[in-house]
Design a binder for this molecule. Structure first.
Ligand SMILES: [Zn+2]
Length: 416
């Protein structure tokens, strides 16, 4: 390995450095080459014999220089990347946290216009003079850096720990239990189209977690005659009723136009021209019905049909409500669906509402629907999520307080 002077190296030694960078990083990126000088300078500044960790403040290039030149890697945990986007590297004593921070100092770049242009992105890459830049880096070495002693915070010195490990009920992957009842990809953070959970699903559409929904057209009500409504519409008469005046699937008749306009509806969503537009989606009513039927264990029954995308469950008998709270939590971690129940262990009477469920958007992505349904599968998951068991003795005085779930389940934003 070439000996690196804090100032600069000769052409031969520099060529060896470039060769090493190419071998590790794929090409002689200016940032890694500069990082090479920075890390060597930081190592020189550390006392002999100290076991050190490294902290890099950018995800670009610099971590590779640390991994090339020190025993610290991301995999062994001795290199930490805090991505502040700042070109700085620190080495510090593993035990005490005392160390040195080396940063590329813009105030020291006056003699090196090409390094300045590169660092501050003053010109597009193709207009930058790469040979001149690389030569400036050779000449500058670590002289363009500032050095400062640092003391790393005690909590940063603690050994990382995964904690206990759980198996995700949806995908079966082992993941840190501290992340909650579902692994993070299954909660919608998957970088892959449709996540891992449904590899064979071809229909799940264009898939990011925030896909906008199937193709619907917003048209003035006069033009919607003959079209099929894609959702219920409620007429609210203050103090009188709140009722679905129009239901999903209903074909709009000429006489309906006035009624809609009186309800304040001047535009409507109707299905797009493409008959297949909805294939990757499940309508909220269908989803809610399916959820409710799967949710309902012995002693409960869904109150069908769905009303505005929501289905409640009622007790079919007097008894004790038993809720699998862990699975309820997992269900609510699936994006765009929700369920709420009266408190586990509540005493309930026949006919009392014990739970409710809904899809949050008007159309739910089919892959999310599939995930949610799998969590409700009583056979696969070892029992129903909600059930009511008969009590041997009923104490009428101990009904649990009024639940909050009906508020939690009401739609927060108005439907189109
Ligand atoms: Zn998972």
């Amino acid at each position: 390995m070439p000996q690196v002077d804090a100032r600069h190296v000769g052409h031969d030694a520099y060529e060896q450095i470039l060769e090493r960078v190419r071998g590790f990083h794929g090409y002689a990126a200016p940032g890694v080459v500069l990082g090479f000088f920075m890390v060597e300078a930081a190592k020189d500044a550390m006392p002999e014999g100290v076991l050190y960790d490294a902290l890099v403040e950018t995800g670009w290039c610099l971590p590779d220089a640390v991994q090339m030149l020190t025993p610290c890697t991301i995999g062994n945990g001795w290199l930490k990347v805090r991505n502040f986007g700042i070109y700085a590297v620190s080495l510090y004593d593993k035990r005490t946290g005392q160390g040195v921070r080396v940063r590329l100092d813009p105030a020291r770049l006056d003699p090196y216009p090409n390094i300045r242009t590169w660092l501050l992105k003053l010109a597009p890459k193709r207009e930058q003079n790469t040979p001149a830049l690389m030569e400036e880096i050779r000449l500058a070495g670590a002289s363009v850096c500032s050095f400062a002693p640092v003391q790393v915070l005690p909590e940063q010195l603690q050994k990382r720990s995964k904690g206990s490990i759980a198996l995700c009920p949806l995908c079966g992957d082992a993941y840190p239990a501290s992340h909650g009842r579902l692994c993070r990809p299954c909660r919608g953070e998957s970088p892959f189209d449709s996540g891992y959970a449904e590899p064979s699903s071809g229909s799940a559409s264009s898939g990011s977690a925030v896909a906008s929904g199937p193709r619907l057209r917003l048209v003035p009500v006069e033009q919607a005659v003959g079209a099929r409504l894609v959702h219920d519409m409620t007429r609210i008469e203050p103090g009188v009723s709140k009722d679905a005046a129009f239901v999903r699937g209903q074909i709009l008749e000429p006489g309906d136009v006035c009624r809609l306009q009186r309800m304040g509806r001047h535009n409507l969503y109707v299905e797009g021209e493409d008959g297949d537009a909805l294939s990757g989606w499940v309508h909220e009513d269908e989803a809610a019905c399916a959820f409710a039927q799967a949710l309902a264990g012995p002693g409960t029954r869904p109150v069908l049909p769905a009303r505005e995308g929501k289905v409640n469950l009622e007790a079919a008998t007097d008894g004790l409500l038993v809720v699998d709270r862990g699975r309820l939590e997992a269900f609510n971690l699936v994006p765009d669906v929700m369920a709420a129940t009266r408190r586990d262990g509540s005493l309930v009477k026949k006919g009392m509402r014990v739970a409710g469920t809904r899809a949050i958007p008007l159309h739910l992505r089919r892959d999310l629907f599939g995930k949610a349904m799998r969590l409700l599968d009583a056979e696969a998951m070892g029992g129903p999520l909600v059930r009511v068991t008969r009590c041997i003795q009923q104490r009428s005085a101990s009904w649990s307080p009024a639940p909050r779930f009906s508020r939690a389940l009401s739609r927060t934003s108005s439907s189109p």
